[in-house]
Design a binder for this molecule. Structure first.
Ligand SMILES: [Zn+2]
Ligand SMILES: [Zn+2]
Length: 210
């Protein structure tokens, strides 16, 4: 990840209670990762921040937005999503002004005669917090066949009947006992139809990191 600093000087324009500045623009960022997941940005991160002196500190609040691409959790197809986040953090102009009980990562300290603060991490963290827990190309994405790896969104793959045979063996007492046992308790009986459970390829994929 390459996020250039974006230092903004709070003084003298925000020295007095009630002073207010609006900052709008876009941060350059090509890609970033969250855990093992990669996101590619279409046009960096756009932001609109309102900085206002609230007496004891400068409140930095506003919205950030980026259009990003990543892989679908289930089928690995490209997912395009618009992330919209909200930023809100206090920047204190001196250590003495920091309120008791505030953790170090809950505020910014603007030091030096011009009281510069780096807004790039503020904008970036607001964006990352807007990443949803599940990233799917579509809500009902069928994922990949756990057997052949083909996407099931275009219809069933050729090996579906084989999977059904395996699932219907009630006492699968083979070597991979542990995983089979847990699977059997979750799914009381592999009766009904011959469809591969949607969860199964998803669960398999979760064990890998790309
Ligand atoms: Zn998908
Ligand atoms: Zn298949």
């Amino acid at each position: 990840m390459l996020l250039n600093p974006y230092v903004y000087k709070l003084l003298p324009s925000l020295a007095v209670s009630g002073d207010c500045v609006v900052l709008e623009g876009a941060l350059k960022l090509e890609c970033f990762t969250k855990g093992a997941r990669e996101f590619a940005c279409e046009d960096g991160i756009s932001y609109r921040l309102v900085l206002s002196n609230v007496g004891t500190a400068v409140l930095i609040a506003g919205t950030v937005c980026a259009t990003v691409h990543t892989d679908c959790d289930r089928c690995l197809e490209d997912v395009r999503l618009v992330l919209e986040g909200e930023a809100s953090i206090l920047a204190y102009l001196s250590k003495e002004a920091v309120e008791d009980g505030m953790e170090g990562d809950e505020y910014l300290l603007a030091e030096g005669p011009e009281a510069g603060v780096d807004l790039a991490p503020v904008i970036f963290s607001a964006l990352v917090l807007a990443v949803p827990p599940a990233l799917l190309c579509r809500e009902d994405c069928a994922g990949l066949c756990a057997n052949c790896g083909e996407s099931l969104n275009e219809g069933p793959c050729g090996c579906t009947p084989l999977r059904c045979d395996a699932n219907e063996r009630p006492d699968a007492s083979d070597d991979s006992g542990a995983s089979d046992a847990s699977g059997a308790t979750d799914a009381p009986s592999a009766t009904a139809d011959c469809a591969i459970p949607i969860d199964s390829p998803f669960a398999a994929l979760k064990e890998y990191r790309f």
